[in-house]
Design a protein around this ligand. Structure first.
Ligand code: URA
Ligand code: CA
Length: 441
């Protein structure tokens, strides 16, 4: 087999065979095919797309490029949750303890943040001493004891994805549905959960800017999961504005604790309850979503969800005092208020640009080697469609550097758009995709 022929075949619009797909993935990982040939192939895939069969074969080849994690030592039905990436997306930190408090095991292998989206591991590391690196025995022991563990992915999960993704990133070939679906699903399928729930973000702060693209991506991922024998559900949710109010590591941990205690921002709470209810249904803990939501509200009201996050932090070596009193979490030197210059309604808050501001304050990584400032970020005091009076606070900037804070302040005046009329009602959850089809709300 020759790489030249594979590139040419795809360039001319033909389907690649299973053997051809295995050949280029295997040999790329081995280093026997150069980046420039894979780049050319990726561009041909970008233009000519892949069939459902090719996408499934590509996913399988990527899964097989590395290790798989066997979770069969964990009792019960294991459900994995994944978000395609958003700004201020604190869901995992809330969902985990809530689900575990309902008696369902929650095992999460998370990633770190890159660019304008944050990572769960970074957020958890705002808690002093919290250990994200657990070996297999340790996390299985923790889950069997407390029903929950959140740890980093071992380095050899889907190594072909790492290599392909880095190349896609610099060759303008990221945004192809088959390539995104196989990239995300390979990492999920390498971990032995029984069911998978995908939170597919759509909007200004997401990979998918348009609803129909998000639907197609969801369908593709559900099909791949189903083909692998995993019950897979995707929900499509709004990422036009940041989720909740806090964006930044320690700030989001604080926000998560508020929700676990029964407070917190309405949209974040609603999404956690919704995803949680699907998860409980997939785990066969409840018969339907309504029952799931009732159970989740119960574990919050009885303080069991909060007690569970305390247990999680304790078992992973973190400082429990910071969970019981979030004011002890890392905090910034300065907190600057951004006050509205006019009266009206918040019209839009571009999530991607807010994420970029948080990054500039030091809350995220420009490259994989950047060091994060856990204390900094932005807290929105107003959300889209809120009424604002002149002089009212729109947002708080948490910063350790006044010059950067002032630059971000100027930027926020442009990002938080205010108009005289209230916009149309916003939707948080657009729809759900299962193996039976698409349901839009
Ligand atoms: N997230 C991934 O892991 N891969 C993609 O290709 C896009 C988003
Ligand atoms: Ca948030």
């Amino acid at each position: 087999m020759r790489m030249y022929d594979i590139i040419k075949k795809k360039r001319d619009g033909y389907e690649l065979s299973t053997d051809e797909i295995n050949y280029f993935v295997d040999n790329y990982i081995k280093g026997s095919i150069p980046d420039y040939q894979i780049s050319a192939l990726l561009m041909a895939i970008y233009f000519n797309k892949m069939s459902e069969r090719e996408t499934l074969d590509l996913t399988r080849a990527i899964v097989n490029s590395g290790d798989t994690v066997d979770l069969s030592d964990i009792k019960g039905i294991k459900v994995d949750k994944h978000s395609t990436g958003g700004v201020g997306d604190t869901v995992t930190l809330i969902l985990g303890p809530m689900i575990a408090a309902c008696g369902v095991p929650f095992v999460k292998m998370s990633g770190r943040g890159l660019g304008h989206t944050g990572g769960t591991l970074d957020k958890l590391e705002s808690i002093e001493g919290f250990k994200v690196e657990l070996d297999r025995e340790e996390f299985i022991r923790n889950v069997n004891k407390t029903n929950i563990a959140i740890c980093s992915q071992t380095s050899n999960i889907a190594p072909a994805d790492k290599k392909l993704y880095s190349l896609r990133d610099v060759t303008a070939t990221v945004d192809n549905i088959s390539l995104i679906a196989s990239s995300i699903m390979s990492k999920k399928l390498a971990i032995g959960s029984d069911a998978i729930i995908l939170d597919v973000k759509v909007g200004s702060g997401a990979f998918m800017k348009r609803l129909d693209d998000a639907i197609n991506l969801s369908k593709e991922m559900v099909r791949i999961g189903t083909n692998y024998g995993r019950e897979t559900v995707a929900i499509i949710t709004n990422m036009d504005e940041p989720l909740g109010r806090a964006i930044g590591n320690a700030l989001e941990v604080k926000e998560a604790i508020e929700v676990l205690k029964g407070g917190g921002p309405e949209d974040l709470r609603e999404l956690c309850l919704y995803i949680g209810s699907i998860l409980l249904k997939l785990a066969k803990r409840v018969k339907n979503q309504e029952e799931g939501i009732r159970l989740l509200e119960e574990v919050i009201n009885k303080n069991l969800a909060f007690e569970k996050v305390v247990e999680l932090v304790e078992s992973q070596g973190g400082n429990v005092d910071q969970v019981k009193n979030p004011d002890l979490l890392p905090s910034s030197k300065h907190v600057i208020e951004v006050k509205s210059k006019m009266e009206g309604y918040v019209n839009s808050i571009d999530a991607e640009r807010i994420g970029a501001c948080a990054l500039r304050l030091g809350a995220g990584r420009e490259t994989m080697d950047s060091v994060i400032d856990l204390s900094v970020g932005i807290v929105l005091n107003k959300k889209v469609n809120d009424k604002v009076l002149e002089g009212e606070t729109l947002a708080y900037i948490h910063s350790n550097d006044l010059d950067t804070a002032n630059e971000v302040k100027r930027e926020l005046y442009d990002i938080i758009r205010i108009s005289s009329n209230q916009g149309k009602e916003k939707k948080l959850i657009y729809g759900m995709v299962t193996k039976d089809g698409v349901q839009l709300f």
